[in-house]
Write a protein that binds this ligand. Structure first.
Ligand code: HEM
Length: 236
């Protein structure tokens, strides 16, 4: 007897593979699997170490920070390698999330109601998929700045690449590298502030889940899609 064909996997519009409404009470929703979380925290740690080591090399006032890396020479040697780690780690993460961060029409509506966002009037906001426009801005902003940082970073990595770029170009690269670094630190502060300010968000990156209430309040289209996927038992 031939086995019946498996039903085709539904195409996800707002959610990503692995996202799921978990059985049990109270309802929780899986938002990031363990690998995505490890990936995120490696990315986060490398950016923090890069910011500290970069600032230490940027101004004599912060040179004392080089002690954390075993002195000035070690800081200078380590900083670009941590940059390579950030680049690889971020873009592995990027590959998993870019689709859910694509701009959508609803983002314009959400942005036009930014006063309600800040005022906590969720009832006036449109229903959203997995990410809001603010999160998408941070995502693409980080991606663009990390590309800029690695490109200009390679140009000023004298140990290996000094023969490939002339001095005037390297001067420009230092300037662009510093501006990109300041911008990404600002975006990082915004990201951490938003993660703490929106109560219940941090656990998405620690435990991997959010509460059903959080998902309903902030990302209702995402929740609706996941709820529709869940196979129900006959008594449910
Ligand atoms: C200590 C610092 C950090 C904290 C507390 C933190 C916290 C979080 C949390 C809670 C989320 C989940 C948000 C959600 O799903 O709604 C998240 C997502 C994310 N984080 Fe972080 N994060 C930190 C640092 C970083 C850094 C340094 C980067 C990149 C360089 C980064 C990149 C991301 C990205 C790309 C996402 C996915 C959001 C999206 O795709 O739009 N995070 N973070």
């Amino acid at each position: 007897m031939s086995t019946p064909p498996r039903p085709a996997k539904p195409r996800l519009v707002y959610a990503q593979p692995g996202d799921a409404v978990e059985p049990g009470h109270p309802v929780t929703v899986s938002r990031y699997g363990p690998w995505a979380r490890v990936n995120h925290w490696i990315t986060a740690s490398s950016l923090i170490l890069l910011a500290i080591s970069g600032l230490a090399l940027f101004t004599p006032a912060l040179f004392f920070l080089t002690t954390l890396f075993g002195g000035g020479q070690n800081t200078r040697a380590l900083h670009p390698w941590i940059g390579v780690l950030l680049f690889v780690s971020f873009f592995v993460f990027f590959a998993q999330l870019w689709r859910a961060n694509l701009p959508a029409k609803v983002d314009v509506v959400w942005l036009s109601k930014i006063k309600d966002v800040v005022g906590g009037h969720e009832e006036n906001l449109p229903e959203l998929g997995k990410y809001n426009a603010g999160q998408k801005f941070i995502f693409w902003g980080m991606a663009a700045l990390i590309l800029l940082l690695i490109a200009t970073g390679v140009m000023i990595w004298e140990q290996y690449f000094s023969a490939y770029f002339g001095i005037p170009l390297r001067r420009w690269a230092v300037l662009v590298h510093s501006i990109a670094a300041v911008l990404i630190i600002c975006i990082f502060i915004l990201h951490v502030y938003a993660a703490i300010w929106t109560r219940g968000t941090l656990r998405a990156m620690t435990r991997g889940t959010v509460t059903g209430g959080w998902a309903w309040r902030h990302h209702r289209k995402w929740l609706r899609e996941l709820a529709g996927l869940r196979r129900r038992g006959p008594a449910e």
